[in-house]
Ligand binder design. Structure first.
Ligand code: FES
Length: 118
């Protein structure tokens, strides 16, 4: 495992449940990313809204809407598709979250934090 790869147990991510946050030191001291599970697959993004660069989660790790069908920004309510990070509603409609490579194998979720565009 290199410094750019971080891993979590697959069992920690419930479908439509809380996301797991992690640090992204290459993007700045306080920048985080997060990974969620949606319809069985894992998806990771930089934890910054496409409207204003603030973190999305309501409470730490709470990214999903009540219906668990979108990721929501807690500041002005932008709605993002969990599977590709595309904003479908809100002040940044048409923009996207920055995605991060995440794969799942052998009971582990592996995130390549070097894959984030700076
Ligand atoms: S900061 Fe996220 S919608 Fe405005």
């Amino acid at each position: 495992m290199t410094d750019s790869l971080i891993e979590f147990d697959s069992a920690l991510l419930e479908d439509g449940g809380k996301g797991i946050r992690f640090d992204l030191p290459a993007l700045g001291e306080y920048v985080t990313g997060f990974v969620v599970r949606f319809k069985g697959n894992v998806h990771a993004y930089v934890n910054q809204c496409a409207h204003v660069s603030v973190e999305l989660d309501w409470n730490e790790g709470d990214f999903f809407s009540m219906q668990k069908d979108y990721l929501i920004c807690s500041t002005h309510g932008a709605h993002y598709r969990p599977d590709n990070g595309f904003c479908v509603m809100g002040p940044c409609k048409g923009k996207s979250l920055k995605s991060i490579e995440a794969v799942e194998q052998n009971g582990k979720i592996i995130i390549n934090i070097a894959s984030v565009a700076k």
